[in-house]
Design a protein around this ligand. Sequence first.
Ligand code: PLP
Length: 369
Amino acid sequence: MYLKEALENGNIAGDGVFDERVCDFLQKKLASPKILTVTSGTHALELAMVLADIQPGDQVIMPSFTFPSTANAVLLRGGTPVFSEVDENTLCLDLDKLPSTITKQTKAVVPVHYGGVSCPIDRLMSLAKEHQLWVIEDAAQALGSTYHGKSLGTWGHMGCFSFHGTKNLVSGEGGALSINDAEPNLMERADIYRQKGTNRMEFLKGEVSHYTWVDEGSSYAPSDLLMAVLLAQLEEMDHINQRRRQLFELYQSLISPLIRTGRLAGMARIPEGIQANYHNFYVMFHDQATRELVRKLLQSQGIGAVIHFIPLHGSPMGKRLGYAVEDLPVTNRVSAGLLRLPLFTGMEEAQVHHVVERLRLALEAKHEG
Ligand SMILES: *Cc1c(COP(=O)(O)O)cnc(C)c1O
């Protein structure tokens, strides 16, 4: 019981023994040069924008099909989020359309790894290099996924992870930033910013006799209690993802016939080159009306089928940034047709069968009525 051990240790603040073990584990597992734990995936994104030195006037490209935190991190630095289209197959940035959103003001691009899968990120890295852009991966859903054998979150200059209660591995609230850029200055600045603008990390390493205020900063170190909870799960990471894979593949085999007969338009598939963490499973409907009908029917039967994400460009805040709902048709279409089906580590095969059977009946009822 790591949690009990953490309580008995007496140090429940940040940067304790469990924090160190979490960082060591993740650095090895992901082959990351440096992992910093933070209090949320949101804070990992905010810290990354600080380190990339996003300033007023800077533009940062991202999909509209993401969680508000991706865009907020840019807004908080005074920068402007620029929404680009997603690819219908991956629900990640469409790299053919990305170049048309790059301008002289573009400073960074944030690929969001939807459901733990990514766009062809090697291609994105070359594109970014050509235009001298930072790549900050929103890998909040992608811990444990790889693209051509290299961990997602370690391809870009920085990668942001989340351990929020809704993710595969959780500490309730929590996150991590992987700093992949060899620039030593970046790592040092990260330590200082995360520790309230002080050189406390140097002090903890015994490099200075006391610590003091050295730069701008905030407070992003998670309590060691949470890191104890997280470490226990990280050690089960391979089992957890293996179990999710079985459930995901069972869903795929049961849903396939519904796609063949034309009742459904599609479902989650793992793209070429990706080893996934099976973060979620979704089906795609032909139209929003059917999706809503089925969603409500399933929910009335106690099945937590949910929509995800509502595109940012069409939100009240997106409109304030100058977007109109019809601006990103592919994003709108996938978001209107998508329904996530329950997928959790402790789920039984029988429950997957039950969900799919209910879904099949709902589609039939709709067809006949
Ligand atoms: C969950 C999530 C976040 C936010 O992570 P928190 O730990 O909840 O702050 C950011 N981006 C994406 C794509 C997410 O799924």
